[in-house]
Design a protein around this ligand. Structure first.
Ligand code: GSH
Length: 227
């Protein structure tokens, strides 16, 4: 980490405690060693004016970057929203190596990074669905996991943590919780994914960003969505 940058720049992460996209950024911050302040908002219940002023899309995670260059008057500030944009910023800022560095492999990683958002959206449709629709939503999740299993199996070995791991660890964590809440199996029939998920979720860095009340908060959020 660049010492000058660290001394003069204040990073503030605004997040919602069960947001998987926010967990990506927490992992990125932990892995890159950038120190930051943390503001937690229940984004579906409160969007204060200071937040809307700075975050035009109204979504978390958002990273506020404020620099002070010597004199009081010489300040600059900007906001980054979108978890992937924040991760790319952190990667370039700290020169972390979050891609294998070989063109073809890097492209495969990027493909899967985009694919994670499709899976997230299917998981949301699953947990907000009426009971009668849940089975068909689960089938859709399975089709995506089966595709993921095939593509992931073809990726040759790489050293974690890459951006692909940062993006999939929160997704696997959400899947694990949903399996328990709805008493369904999602990962068990995909050995590569299960192995990958276990490695990520049992890692020290994932534990360091995990919130003990995640499970309870997620259950509360899901029952509110369904009320
Ligand atoms: N594509 C965005 C998704 C962020 C997102 O959907 N955040 C949710 C919380 S998990 C949010 O802020 N929702 C508030 C809203 O839609 O009004 C990212 O990767 O950061």
């Amino acid at each position: 980490m660049n010492a000058v940058l660290e001394a003069n720049t204040q990073y503030t992460l605004v997040n919602f405690n069960i947001c998987p996209y926010g967990q990506r950024v927490l992992l990125g911050l932990a892995l890159s060693g950038v120190s930051y302040k943390h503001i937690s908002l229940h984004i579906y219940e409160e969007k204060p004016d200071w937040f809307i002023d700075k975050v035009k899309c109204g979504k978390v995670p958002a990273l506020f970057v404020e620099s002070q260059n010597g004199k009081d008057t010489d300040k600059s500030a900007f906001t980054i929203s979108e978890s992937l944009a924040i991760l790319y910023y952190l990667m370039e800022l700290t020169q972390c190596t979050w891609f294998p560095g070989r063109l073809e492999q890097d492209c495969k990683h990027r493909e899967l990074i985009f694919f994670a958002d499709d899976i997230h959206s299917s998981l949301k449709s699953f947990f907000t669905a009426e009971e009668s629709q849940r089975k068909s939503q689960l089938d859709k999740v399975h089709r995506q996991l089966s595709t993921l299993e095939n593509v992931f199996t073809d990726l040759s070995n790489y050293e974690p943590w890459m951006m692909i791991d940062i993006v999939y660890a929160p997704l696997f964590n959400l899947i694990k919780e949903l399996e328990e809440i709805f008493n369904v199996e999602m990962l068990a029939q995909y050995p590569e994914l299960e192995h990958w998920s276990n490695n990520l979720l049992m890692s020290e860095v994932f534990n360091s960003i995990s919130d003990v009340s995640f499970s309870q908060n997620l259950r509360g959020f899901i029952s509110n969505c369904r009320a």
